[in-house]
Design a protein around this ligand. Structure first.
Ligand code: NAD
Length: 299
């Protein structure tokens, strides 16, 4: 879809970080916006700023982990504009306990992260794609995964992002095989300066208490601090938003605005698989700049 001017974009997680930057970039392209976020105050701020800049848009408080909320979002978007052309299923969460042992992560963390990061994307696709296909216009779905969806890790964040990447590739193939005018991309950012490390600010009580950082083992606490520092030194979210705009315009499936050391980790994993060697051991979490140490080889 080359020309975004006058088209309608829906962005979840639009109150902060990457979602906010995408909404602003779409507005600069002349798009009408439907902003969604679970955080009502952040959503209201984003909406006010959007209108102050002269752009057109509505805001719809949405918890993407709740199917009826996502349906209400789609209903509101179509009621307001009669069509939707771009949907960014972007809302996502993580805990600061980046590297707990695979068998120790709290089940409530698995549940919360899976529901927001994967089910939120799934609900978005199920609600919007049929309506977009029926509308007959060109369209594009952008699902936010992460570099974490292309490399490995035994924690809920990585697993949820693998699910998003795999599902979105399937969605892309289904749309192309149908000859649809709607296409899809998976967005896999690297380290981006946002508030993701404080995502538990939006953790509902039903998914248990937020991580007690003070109770974490010292090494995990240290990793969490290092991760925060790495994000602070990361790309500005506007870099991601610009990559998304051009990715939609060029119908590029993989949109990977990521640091070179992360691209290297992706390549390493792909070679591990293709050469059937055992996974290369990296200092965890593998999202951080690191030197690889080779693990034992299968042969
Ligand atoms: N920051 C990074 O380095 C990075 C890297 C790769 C992928 N991502 C992904 O980018 C996406 C956006 O995250 P960000 O980094 O901008 O973080 P952020 O915390 O700055 O923004 C996330 C937004 O999502 C909202 N949100 C959280 N739970 C929600 C829910 N249940 N329903 C609706 N909205 C909800 C938050 O209120 C917030 O406004 C996430 O999917 C994240 O996993 C981030």
């Amino acid at each position: 879809m080359k020309d975004l001017n006058g088209r309608v974009a829906v962005v979840t997680g639009a109150g902060s970080g990457i979602g906010l930057a995408m909404a602003n970039h779409f507005a600069n392209e002349g798009m009408k916006l439907v902003l969604a976020d679970v955080d009502a105050a952040a959503l209201a701020r984003a909406h006010d700023n959007l209108r102050a800049s002269g752009a057109t848009g509505i805001a719809c408080r949405t918890d993407v982990s709740v199917e009826s909320d996502v349906k209400a979002l789609a209903d509101a978007a179509y009621a307001q504009y009669g069509a939707v052309h771009v949907v960014c299923n972007n809302a996502g969460v993580a805990t600061p306990a980046l590297r707990t042992l695979a068998w120790e992560t709290r089940l409530s963390d698995w549940d919360w992260i899976h529901k927001v990061n994967f089910m939120g994307v799934l609900y978005g696709v199920r609600e919007f794609v049929p309506r977009m296909l029926a509308g007959g216009d060109e369209g594009h779905i952008v699902n936010t995964a992460s570099v974490a969806g292309l490399i490995s890790g035994g924690n809920p964040y990585f697993v949820s992002k693998h699910a998003v990447a795999c599902f979105t590739e399937g969605l892309y193939k289904d749309l192309k095989e149908l000859g649809a005018k709607v296409s899809a991309s998976v967005l896999c950012p690297g380290l981006i300066r946002t508030s993701i490390v404080d995502a538990e600010r939006n953790r509902p009580a039903e998914f248990g208490p937020a991580t007690d950082i003070g109770a974490l083992p010292a090494n995990i606490r240290k990793m969490s601090e290092n991760f925060r520092a790495a994000l602070d030194a990361g790309f500005d979210p506007s870099v991601v938003a610009a990559a998304v705009v051009s990715g939609i315009q060029q119908d590029r499936f993989y949109i990977v605005p990521a640091q070179q050391h992360l691209l290297d980790v992706i390549a390493l994993r792909m070679h591990d698989i293709l050469e059937q060697r055992n996974p290369t051991l990296l200092p965890q979490p593998s999202l951080m700049p690191a030197t690889a140490t080779q693990g034992p080889r299968a042969s």
